[in-house]
Design a protein around this ligand. Structure first.
Ligand SMILES: O=C(O)c1ccccc1NCC(=O)[C@H](O)[C@H](O)COP(=O)(O)O
Length: 207
């Protein structure tokens, strides 16, 4: 099974088309207004509705959302799954209410942060946000990939944080990840996806 790839922070058709053509498994839409990758529900709807049924799955990313925040997006955007930044109990509750597959994002600083049990559909394992950052992810910040080595993950997981076309193959080898997630590392400027870097990233991840 090839390594699976998520391209996060899609904001325009150029990025979306590049991710689909490169064979990405998932694309992410960031519904967090402080992010340079923020998309409104209306903008995401225009992108998501044009996607082929056999193309990448559409993941909506939310930071500490209320149920109404999620419902307002789902009213417009046909999402296939949610990626949530919140505490474990709240993420499980969102999974119950939304009826969609839900991934929990987990910030890692040491081996002790890796969950041994959980009641979600997947985990996004990324570096804990650096001090001073105003967002919990998308910081182009990697953690020590060997921390996940030998971890008995309770559900499928993605490696995220600070990946790019030049380090993703090494990250996969050191961490044992079978799925990877990238945002900053395939951008030419914050929030601007580069079709060329997306192509190179997917190719490198699967090499
Ligand atoms: O991208 C953001 O701005 C963002 C804001 C708030 C929470 C999460 C965010 N991004 C998460 C991701 O894009 C990915 O899941 C992943 O962390 C990759 O980030 P990067 O280090 O930029 O490759």
């Amino acid at each position: 099974m090839p390594v699976r790839v998520k391209i996060c922070g899609i904001r325009d058709h150029a990025g979306l088309d590049a991710a689909a053509q490169a064979g990405a498994d998932w694309v992410g839409f960031v519904f967090f207004s402080r992010s340079p990758r923020y998309v409104t529900a209306q903008a995401a709807s225009a992108l998501a509705r044009d996607m082929a049924v056999d193309g990448p799955k559409r993941i909506g990313l939310f930071v500490r959302p209320t149920d109404d925040d999620i419902r307002r997006v789902l009213d417009h955007v046909p999402l296939d799954g949610l990626q949530i930044y919140d505490d474990a109990g709240r993420i499980e509750a969102i999974r119950t209410h939304s009826g969609l597959p839900v991934w929990g994002a987990v910030g890692i600083a040491s081996r002790h942060d890796l969950p041994e049990t959980c009641r979600v559909d997947g985990l996004v394992i990324e570096s804990r946000a650096p001090a001073g950052s105003d967002r919990p992810g998308g910081n182009a910040h990697a953690f020590d990939w060997t921390l996940t080595h030998g971890w008995q993950a309770p559900v499928p997981w993605l490696l995220a944080g600070g990946l790019n076309p030049d380090n993703v193959q090494r990250a996969i080898q050191h961490s044992g990840a079978r799925a990877v997630d990238v945002s900053s590392g395939v951008e030419s400027a914050p929030g601007v996806k580069s079709p060329e870097l997306i192509r190179r990233f997917v190719q490198a991840a699967r090499a």
